[in-house]
Design a protein around this ligand. Structure first.
Ligand SMILES: Nc1ncnc2c1ncn2[C@@H]1O[C@H](COP(=O)(O)OP(=O)(O)O)[C@@H](O)[C@H]1O
Ligand SMILES: [Mg+2]
Length: 379
């Protein structure tokens, strides 16, 4: 799918913005703090209803205003789509798809499909399990809103159970209600683990292929689901072992007042030629695998929804060497992409691609052609 038009009113530092978008490549160039990422943030919101930078909607509304408006129009394989979002201080956000007001937030999700890729994503392999769990959770949620819902429920049950463990520590009589919480935790946790296992199996196949291409067949990527629950196969067995392990560590958990087994402790193992590169990988290897994972995610989304999502690349070009930049750009031929960069040189790899170039300065966006950019470069 692709977007044709973007309109913003009182969004972040923009008073008003109307942009015609290129169906393939859109490049936003400008110094720091001019408003490049703000544009990507607005597009992301039309896909997910949320920002990738903040959970506080007030921050998004222009500082001296009390309302904010985003509107995109785009084309999908068989239909056109229009999404409008209105943010108003102290009010619930309003969302419209093709002119019809949505009553449930989840109904927004199947309209504009979008994936964002930022320098943080390149650190995915190097960082801790929290980031990798977040990666799994966001990606699965994007494809399956139900998963997002279950994850929220699981986290609430987990908090309740941990509170109960603390009470039991002081008074054993509270033991009586533990089974009820364990039952819920295992049921929700098992659904989450099942979805993660499925996701990782598919991601593994796709990312391995992409990774082979980036490394000229020299390296073999493998990603694995890592859980602290011993056996992870069919539903019944997951439930059985989850229960068993909760019981096994119960004394320790009561001591600590926290639950030490379960999918909230999961990780994603990343191996190159059999070596765990979360710990032993070079920075290059870690970044290459992160790139492969992210590109695999695009393919997964296509498989799931029938069309390619829109891709937002926030400041990633200058983080990649020329070879990886070129691979990335080549992989994006069929995908509408929005790139932000402070670095005009990052454009050299994009030279052959048809594109729109926008120069962003203090919340004004000027569309430039190649000639202007060459003049800028020669200064
Ligand atoms: N709610 C807001 N109202 C007005 N300006 C804002 C608001 N939120 C952020 N800004 C401004 O937006 C600019 C940052 O925009 P951003 O798109 O992140 O920049 P960059 O071009 O570096 O990607 C900063 O100047 C910041 O002060
Ligand atoms: Mg930025």
């Amino acid at each position: 799918m692709y977007l044709r038009k973007l309109k913003l009113i009182n969004f972040r530092n923009y008073h008003q913005l109307d942009l015609k978008l290129h169906p393939k490549m859109n490049v936003f160039i400008g110094d720091n703090a001019q408003g490049k990422t703000n544009i990507l943030e607005a597009i992301y919101m039309t896909g997910t209803g949320k920002s990738f930078r903040t959970s506080k909607e007030r921050e998004i509304i222009k500082m001296d205003k009390d309302k904010s408006y985003i509107h995109v129009e785009g084309e999908k394989k068989y239909t056109s789509v229009s999404v409008e979002i209105k943010l108003e201080e102290n009010k619930k956000k309003q969302m419209k798809v093709n002119g019809v007001t949505l009553t449930k937030n989840v109904d927004l999700l199947s309209n504009v499909h979008v994936i964002v890729f930022s320098p943080e994503d390149l650190k995915l392999v190097k960082e801790g399990p929290v980031e990798r769990r977040k990666f799994m959770d966001i990606e699965i949620s994007n494809m399956k809103p139900r998963y997002y819902h279950q994850l929220g429920q699981y986290n609430r049950v987990l908090i309740q159970r941990n509170n109960l463990l603390k009470k039991i520590h002081h008074d054993r009589k509270y033991m009586a209600t533990l089974d009820i919480w364990d039952e819920k935790l295992v049921e929700l946790g098992t659904s989450i683990m099942k979805e993660r296992i499925k996701f990782i199996l598919r991601l593994n196949t796709l990312s391995r292929l992409l990774h082979r291409k980036i490394t000229d067949n020299k390296e073999n990527l493998e990603i694995k689901y890592m859980s602290n629950i011993k056996e992870v196969h069919d539903e019944e067995r997951i439930q059985h072992y989850f229960h068993r392990d909760l019981k096994k560590v119960l004394d320790i958990d009561i001591q600590r007042g926290t639950t030490t087994v379960g999918p909230h402790r999961d990780d994603l193992g990343v191996y190159v030629n059999g070596i765990d590169i979360r710990i032993f990988g070079s920075q290059g290897q870690q970044r290459t695998s992160a790139l492969a994972l992210k590109l695999a995610e695009i393919e997964l989304m296509k498989a799931e929804t029938g069309e390619y999502p829109i891709l937002l690349l926030d400041d990633v070009m200058s983080e990649l060497d020329v070879k990886r930049q070129a691979f990335l750009v080549k992989s994006l031929r069929d995908i509408q992409t929005f790139i932000t960069t402070t670095d005009l040189n990052a454009l050299s790899t994009l030279n052959l691609e048809a594109k729109n170039i926008y120069y962003v300065e203090k919340a004004t966006v000027r569309q430039n052609d190649e000639k202007d950019i060459n003049e800028l470069k020669s200064k």
